[in-house]
Design a protein around this ligand. Structure first.
Ligand SMILES: [Zn+2]
Ligand SMILES: [Zn+2]
Length: 375
């Protein structure tokens, strides 16, 4: 079949909206009509050329929602008409990682997904016979796309596509980092570095988990109002915090007789390795957990003095919020439908596919929290 898609032909160039050829689903695969897709920083990271694993030409996009329109042989868990969210982290429920119950990082299709291919090692997308790479196993910047059955989550059919697409990446990453990775408890103190889309979702995850003090840190004062919408209790602009923000934050979080200070949980949502260090060091001596969510550029490294870890701080990281997609994503859609979490205020712009490059520009300028392309 033919489908409209935004093609990433080479790094650093705008996407080109055009018609591409799409083969139907093979064994174990499903054909999805994508109804809406968010534009995420990770798409931008790859498009910019900074992603060492970026492949071109490709169809980017990994934050979608749509409807199953066809299934290949052997598919049993979804059928035509099901509403689904594509998963860049699949859940096969059979590989050693899935069976470990200790991680969400399913390995069933990891190598072919990294090569921009379906699990049989070929691509379903082409233009004039030339192969086009899939991206993160999703390629939601195409109106129709093919995914492995294990990489779709079946969700509530009443949920609006232009909102729940965000659960395919940002919402689940932020909320999951709080609930699955840090396992924040009621009454905790927390600091969130970077109040973009992920940071705001961390904040609403903290609120959902019953955190007491939720401090947001951002260089942009406009983010104060944004953070407060989702449950932030205190805002700090590092420019107002003196030479070193760490003692400032430690001082703010002093509680109890020993007056040690430091937050129970800290989250880096910036991708800046200096901030990652500050986040770790602003966590509480003896038990503080610091979670790295932001993706740093190629070749960058984090550092701190071992003393920070010896004295009981833990440095952790999370991908897709530690969520097992087929199990957890439908639950998060239900939380949204039940009003437990908010998505609508974060979707600041709706675009047509033809205007997708405008979505990237608004991300760069900071004008948008999330732009969503509606097909
Ligand atoms: Zn993303
Ligand atoms: Zn697996």
């Amino acid at each position: 079949m033919r489908t409209r898609a935004a093609l990433a032909l080479e790094a650093g160039k705008p996407l080109v909206v055009t018609e591409v050829d799409l083969e139907g689903p093979k064994a174990g695969e499903v054909l999805i009509e994508v109804k809406a897709t968010g534009i995420c920083h990770t798409d931008d990271f790859t498009l910019s050329g900074a992603d060492p694993e970026g492949l071109f030409p490709a169809i980017l996009g990994h934050e979608g929602a749509g409807v199953v329109v066809d299934v290949g042989p052997g598919v049993t868990s979804v059928k035509k008409g099901d509403h689904v969210i594509p998963l860049y982290t699949p859940e096969c429920r059979e590989c050693p990682s899935c069976l470990s119950r200790k991680t969400n990082l399913c390995t069933a299709i990891r190598s072919t997904q990294g090569q921009g291919m379906m699990p049989d090692g070929t691509s379903r997308f082409s233009v004039n016979g030339e192969k086009i790479h899939h991206y993160m196993g999703c390629s939601t910047f195409s109106n129709f796309t093919v995914l492995p059955e294990i990489a779709v989550a079946k969700v509530n059919p009443d949920a609006p596509f232009d909102k729940i697409c965000y659960i395919g990446c940002g919402v689940t990453t932020g909320i999951g980092a709080v609930i699955n990775t840090a396992k924040v408890e009621i009454g905790a103190t927390a600091i969130v570095f970077g109040l973009g889309g992920i940071g705001l979702n961390v904040i609403q995850g903290l609120k959902l988990a019953g955190a007491d003090m939720i401090i947001g840190v951002d260089l942009n004062d406009d983010k104060k109002e944004w953070g407060e919408k989702f449950g932030m209790t205190h805002f700090v602009n590092p420019r107002d915090a003196g030479d070193d923000i760490v003692p400032f934050l430690v001082n703010m979080t002093k509680r109890g007789a020993d007056q040690i200070g430091g937050a129970d949980y800290t989250f880096d949502c910036t991708g800046n390795t200096k901030v990652m260090r500050q986040a770790l060091e602003a966590s509480h001596r003896g038990w503080g957990k610091s979670v790295v969510i932001g993706v740093a550029g190629a070749g960058q490294e984090i550092s701190t003095r071992p003393f920070q870890l010896v004295t009981g701080r833990s440095w952790m990281g999370t991908a897709f919020g530690g969520a097992r997609g087929r199990t957890d994503v439908p639950k998060i859609v239900d939380w949204y439908m039940d009003g437990k979490i908010q998505i609508d205020p974060m979707i600041t712009h709706l675009l047509k596919l033809d205007d997708i490059n405008k979505g990237f520009e608004m991300m760069h300028s900071g004008e948008s929290i999330r732009s969503v392309v509606v097909y």
